[in-house]
Design a binder for this molecule. Structure first.
Ligand code: FAD
Ligand code: NAI
Length: 466
């Protein structure tokens, strides 16, 4: 029976980054993955395939929707959906193979099969052919990720009523698509199919989109999406959905009370959140009980059972790949006797639509609720020369700083490329930076990043270019 320092269950961004760090630190490590490919939700059915379709559909729309023509490029694009899907699949395959290579490079053993904890220090792996083997280990890291949350009364058949995985592989462009949930998945994948020609209606329970995001940014983003043709039914409770051969009848009623409405659509995408995945994991064998949402609690990645650790979507915190990755590093460093640490106040969030939405730190609503005195600096992309020349003037950057110390408390933006640009603010925040630090840092011209600098100047009231 093999004896390991660490056995990691789950090969997603949490698991594979934990494996790499463990390998780097000289720990004898195995990673157990049941789906037949490494990379988890993120590489196989999440971040990466969705970004492949967002990228391709953005070009298609630019060509079909008149943006190219405005630039003096006249083309008549023809959609080749099978090729769009094939290039997505090829990129995903290359990425998962890349992770497999990284396992070899870092001397991590990749064990294919579903892992089950079988008491302290033991993981039983069941391979596809039904055979089982036991791995003995000093430490187990649970990194089993998450799955879509089901909507009571609505059965996902992944034919007409689909989840995010179904929406990444539709066989045709729907004429009409109803998205249940105005969250990240609904707006990203809704954008993909909208750009390719679908009429998209988003049905959301709350009276706003993107709960948790800075309200001013969310409201501005909703206006931009509406201008793009999205329809929103906010404050609407879905009461049922009936799938037929050619489409779905979805019924909803106002949360505040009122008459039920039935909408017909070719497809319904249910994207109302994700929940931790721990099925068949054998948690009971070591006495771990997830909470009622399925979350395995942790204290510095320790589960409360000696030698059993937990990271990523299956534990508390935002369900984001980079959060799982940072937890992986911190957890393994703690296992190796180092000072593993992660800063939960600085986890950026990005929505990869056009324009993008990017946020980090506290929202205005957070600061008001906590009674923190803060100052705001804002800058519109219409006044940013690069955005203006590219006809990308929608959106703005907002920097929030402590009223007394000027320390940056948050940054929120909707606009071109803000997903890449937010990293600048993250670094400044990690160094305890003030808005003045960004305002007095030379930024390249002409770039959209100057909008961040101008917003930072605005905290002290000296924005120069608007
Ligand atoms: P996962 O990636 O879910 O990996 C867990 C792995 O464990 C899975 O491969 C599963 O098969 C395996 N597993 C589970 N149980 C067992 C077992 N018992 N034995 C063996 N293997 C097991 N996040 C971002 O940051 N940016 C994005 O752009 C983004 N886009 C997304 C788009 C979509 C459509 C979706 C669905 C998610 C997206 N996410 C994004 C979220 C991101 O995918 C997750 O936060 C991330 O994958 C979590 O990593 P993880 O390692 O915790 O879990
Ligand atoms: P989400 O939590 O982002 O949004 C779910 C939305 O559904 C919310 O607006 C919520 O109010 C609404 N909702 C909940 N129940 C409802 C109901 N019964 N009827 C109507 N609306 C309802 O979840 P989503 O979009 O499913 O994404 C899951 C996770 O995946 C997120 O936590 C996100 O972090 C991650 N993800 C991240 C991406 C990124 O970083 N770019 C991209 C896609 C997913």
């Amino acid at each position: 029976m093999a004896q390991y320092d660490v056995v990691i269950i789950g090969g997603g961004p949490g698991g594979y980054n934990a494996a790499i760090r463990a390998g780097q630190l000289g720990l004898k490590t195995a990673i157990v993955e049941g789906r037949g490919k490494l990379g988890g939700t993120c590489l196989n059915v999440g971040c990466m395939p969705s970004k492949a379709l967002l990228h391709a559909s953005e070009y298609y729309e630019a060509a079909a929707g008149g943006e190219f023509a405005k630039l003096g490029i006249e083309v008549k694009p023809k959609l080749n959906l099978p090729q769009m899907m094939a290039q997505k699949a090829e990129s995903v395959e290359a990425l998962t193979k890349g992770v497999e290579f990284l396992m070899k490079k870092n001397k991590v053993e990749y064990v294919k099969g579903w892992g089950r904890i079988d008491g302290a220090g033991k993981v039983v792996v069941k391979a596809e052919d039904g055979s089982e083997k036991t791995l003995e280990t000093k430490n187990i890291v649970i990194a089993t990720g998450s799955e879509p949350t089901p909507l009571p009364g609505v059965t996902i058949d992944n034919s007409r009523i689909i989840d995010s995985t179904g929406a990444l592989s539709l066989p045709e462009v729907p004429k009409s698509l109803v998205v249940v949930g105005a969250g990240v998945i609904g707006l990203e994948l809704g954008s993909v199919w909208k750009r390719l020609g679908a009429e998209v209606t988003v049905v959301e329970y709350l009276d706003r989109i993107l709960p948790g995001t800075d309200l001013e940014v969310a409201n501005a983003f909703q206006k931009i999406l509406t201008k793009q043709g999205f329809k929103f039914q906010l404050g609407a409770k879905v009461t049922g959905a009936e799938a037929g051969a050619k489409g779905v009848k979805l019924t909803h009623e106002p949360v505040a009370g009122g008459d039920a409405v039935t909408i017909e659509a070719d497809y319904v995408l249910v994207a109302i959140g994700r929940r931790p995945f721990t099925q068949g994991l054998g948690l009971e064998s070591v006495g771990i009980t997830p909470d009622k949402r399925g979350v395995i609690a942790n204290d510095h990645y320790k589960t409360g059972v000696d030698g059993v650790w937990v990271i990523g979507d299956v534990t508390s915190g935002p369900m984001l790949a980079h959060k799982a990755e940072d937890e992986a590093v911190a957890c393994i460093e703690l296992i190796a006797g180092k000072a593993g640490h992660m800063n939960y106040d600085i986890i950026p969030g990005v929505i990869y639509t056009k324009p993008e939405v990017a946020t980090v730190g506290k929202t205005e609503e957070d600061l008001k609720a906590a009674g923190v005195a803060y100052k705001v600096g804002k800058f519109p992309f219409l006044a940013n020369s690069r955005a203006k020349i590219n006809h990308e003037g929608d959106g703005f950057v907002k920097i929030l700083a402590d009223a007394k110390t000027d320390r940056i408390l948050g940054a929120h933006a909707v606009g071109p490329n803000v997903g890449d640009m937010i990293a600048e603010v993250c670094v400044a925040m990690e160094f305890g930076g003030a808005s003045e630090d960004i305002a007095r840092t030379c930024h390249p011209h002409p770039t959209r990043s100057e909008a961040i600098r101008q917003a930072a100047m605005g905290v002290e009231g000296w924005t120069m270019q608007a």
